[in-house]
Design a protein around this ligand. Structure first.
Ligand code: BES
Ligand code: ZN
Length: 451
């Protein structure tokens, strides 16, 4: 048995400890948990044999840094992950509590198990194993782990854009994506960007009795609905002027590769998504809709009366949370402007509509010809005994674009999540065989690169 096989129980125990910390980045009341999670990561990095380990404080949640640079002449990898998680609500949907990691079969259930604590832990344990058994690494490794990926990553953006010399590296390695299917080694080579905003609609200056004033007073909820219908049609085409102008379609080669992926649309629809019908632009194939077309989604509408029973009120205000996923070469600032103009044009009389930016990030594409990608495909194929597939993902990892822009390095997105891991949803899980195999695959990657 090698180090990795011998230490599976210890790895699992460590991961469970990590998962017990409710490090929800968006909620102020979890700030102490964020600090604890950062301290946990720092301790793990030290335990793994990393040097210069440091918790970097700044505006927003702390970053954790560590490095091992004892392989002169060899490439340097910058390993990235995030220790923050999404809120666990709705709590009543969880079969076991979100911050009490629970094993059912081969799956470990907890918020953050797959996104991204389990996968961040893979990187740490891979390095730990090599350092504990060989006393050295085949390449130089730096870690930069953040605590606000799920809320846009302000701190890491400020830090990376200042180009600190210690971040100098040849490529980044990120485990925060999914495998296309169980057992199928996957490299993600494209991510969508995002613009997240609030649409704040105000009508009368106070709430009104809907009997006394209905028929005369404007209703902000109706206005939100009208604005939304003006922004996207019933077939999923976004109607914002100029929105699609810069969209770069996937290459013919990419389209062909996607069409060859092993996929059962019926099963995807019924089991994975849990719907009777898929929607979206009817003339565009599914993977292209998910990975290479922009979207506009509403996440919640706040205001008015939402309690049990009935209350007859015309609310004074409605606030909608909306995001648009972006694709290459859309620009977040430009899309925000286009959106704001379209809202102004669509806003019905009697109400005002204000658009507030929350966060934004550009889409990213990785060059599949990069030697770092080729080595990753080789390591994954060896570890999983199958040819590595290249896909894109519809999600966003803002740092990928920033590493490219400010550090000039590509990101190797070597993810070990599964499509049914329930990211951001109740009953998030991580498939443990992927956890253990992921650790060995990352170690193999370092070895391949060191050759
Ligand atoms: N791990 C996800 C991104 C992801 C999701 C990649 C699904 C591949 C498949 C990441 O942690 C995430 O959720 N990011 C946020 C970023 C946003 C808030 C800026 C997202 O995509 O919503
Ligand atoms: Zn996430």
């Amino acid at each position: 048995m090698n180090y990795y096989e011998r230490n599976r129980d210890a790895f699992l125990k460590g991961l469970m400890e990590f998962l017990r910390i409710p490090s929800i980045s968006t909620l102020p009341e979890n700030k102490p948990d964020i600090q604890r999670a950062a301290a946990f990561v720092a301790a793990e990095l030290r335990g793994a044999g990393m040097q210069q380990v440091e918790i970097i404080e700044g505006q927003g949640h702390p970053l954790v840094y560590g490095e091992w640079t004892g392989a002169p002449g060899k490439p340097t990898l910058l390993m990235y992950g995030h220790y923050d998680v999404q809120p666990p609500d709705p709590l009543e949907e969880w079969k076991s509590p979100p911050f009490e990691p629970t094993l059912r079969g081969d799956d470990l259930f907890a918020r953050g198990s797959s996104d991204d604590k389990g996968q961040t832990y893979i990187l740490i344990k891979a390095v730990e194993g090599l350092l504990k058994t060989e006393g050295r690494l085949p390449v130089n490794v730096k870690f930069l782990i953040e605590g606000e990926e799920e809320v846009g990553g302000e701190h890491i953006e400020a830090y990376v854009s200042s180009k600190p010399p210690r971040l100098k590296a040849d490529a980044a390695v990120i485990c925060d994506t999914e495998m296309f299917a169980p057992g199928l080694p996957t490299l993600c080579v494209g991510l969508r960007g995002i613009v997240y905003l609030e649409l704040d609609v105000r009508g009368a200056d106070h709430d009104l009795h809907s009997g006394s004033y209905g028929g005369a007073a404007p209703n902000p909820f109706q206005a939100v609905a009208e604005i939304l219908c003006a922004l996207k049609d019933r077939e999923g085409h976004i109607l914002i002027p100029g929105f699609y102008d810069r969209v770069r379609p996937p290459s013919a080669k990419e389209r062909e590769a996607w069409a060859r992926l092993p996929f059962d649309e019926e099963e995807y629809k019924r089991k994975e998504v849990g719907v009777t019908e898929l929607v979206g632009e009817p003339e565009i194939p599914l993977f292209e809709r998910l990975w290479a077309r922009p979207t506009l989604e509403v996440h919640g509408i706040r205001g008015g009366f939402t309690g049990e029973g009935a209350k007859t009120v015309i609310p004074a205000r409605a606030v909608a949370k909306i995001s648009m996923r972006l694709v290459p070469d859309q620009r977040p600032e430009e899309v925000l402007e286009q959106f704001t103009r379209a809202v102004t044009a669509a806003c019905p009389r009697g109400v005002t509509a204000e658009v507030r930016n929350i966060h934004g990030a550009a889409a990213s594409l990785v060059d599949t010809e990069s030697p770092f990608i080729k080595a990753a495909a080789e390591a994954l194929s060896e570890s999983f005994g199958k040819e590595t597939v290249y896909i894109r993902s519809g999600g966003s990892i803002p740092i990928v674009g920033l590493f490219d822009r400010f550090l000039g390095i590509p990101s190797v997105l070597m993810g070990f999540g599964l499509p049914d891991d329930n990211l951001h949803a109740p009953n998030e899980k991580f498939h443990l065989p992927n956890f253990y195999r992921g650790i060995e695959a990352v170690a193999k990657y370092l070895e391949v690169l060191g050759r």
